[in-house]
Design a protein around this ligand. Structure first.
Ligand code: AMP
Ligand code: ZN
Length: 114
């Protein structure tokens, strides 16, 4: 998708600090981290929001979740704890319209979120 920031990261035309990549997903450090560990995991394929995910994407979404837990293990927050966040549309504060999972950890995280 031509105008999508995360598609450009997938293509390599915008740089990112990658921490994991495989056939279906890519993970990289968030440019404005909200925790000592703050990584974004994205599908290589452009899917704008969670509302656009269909049954055909079930394998892709499974891969996304598995990549996120792998990143948590590799960055050393799996045992201390971490949070996965997916924001959908305006009220959740979604700013990049290419589905992504935030992996947040490395400090105690407040609950409920704001
Ligand atoms: P969301 O608000 O859920 O759409 O999250 C989008 C996230 O993308 C934010 O946490 C931003 O800090 C992050 N972000 C924006 N531009 C970049 C970039 N070029 N590289 C890495 N992360 C980015
Ligand atoms: Zn995209």
């Amino acid at each position: 998708m031509a105008d999508c920031l995360f598609c450009k990261i997938v293509e390599g035309t915008i740089p990112a600090k990658k921490v994991h990549e495989d056939e279906h997903t890519l993970a990289f450090h968030d440019i404005a981290p909200h925790a000592p560990t703050h990584v974004l995991v994205i599908p290589r394929r452009h899917v704008p929001t969670l509302n656009d995910v269909t049954l055909e994407d079930r394998e892709l979404m499974g891969s996304l979740l598995l990549s996120a837990t792998k990143v948590a293990r590799e960055l050393g927050v799996a045992d201390s704890g971490y949070r996965l966040v997916m924001n959908c549309n305006r009220d959740a504060g979604q700013t990049v319209f290419h589905v992504h999972v935030h992996v947040l950890g490395g400090r105690p995280l407040a609950w409920p979120p704001g």
